[in-house]
Design a protein around this ligand. Sequence first.
Ligand code: ZN
Length: 195
Amino acid sequence: MRLVEHPDWGTKVRPPKWWHGRRWWKRSPESVKHWCWHQTEVLGGIAARDLEAYLERLHGHAVEPGKRQRDGVPYAYVYSPRFEALVALTHPAWCGYHGNGGNKGIGIAIDASIPGELLDVDALAEAWGMAIDHAEGVGFKPSLITSHRQHSNMRGGDPGAEVWRVVELVGRELGLRVDEGTTGSGRPIPEHWRP
Ligand SMILES: [Zn+2]
């Protein structure tokens, strides 16, 4: 598993260039209590296309014109099974819209379409641990985990049972606990998601 920092990430805490024109705000490490988990392909996968375009640039492959229509993914971290990489997209100090009531958390997504694609459980566990370490390295250490599902009834499968099981198991091992609460139209984590 490689950790790839977006060129805008840098060592300086600054808003990423690709966020221009979007709303974002700066926050202190103490104010961030959650990780908020997502799956990119859960409803349409626009974010997945953005990430793919970025990773293709990174790898030096040509990117088809028009593929970067929406340049930007509002997550802090994205795990890409396809590229075997954890991408640090935005510094956790910058917060944008990624998860309705879960926005105050650090947004993290798996770039996948599950169920459908095979999930490499060990690789997901490794990427998740890597993200926790990386955020902690810059002073952000949330103690709770939430899912997009818990904050919107339009995201009932986000990130879904297979992903969540790993997220919760590894999270517990690393001292995190699940926030059982919901906001807005969000719904609780279903029993069959639980490890
Ligand atoms: Zn989501």
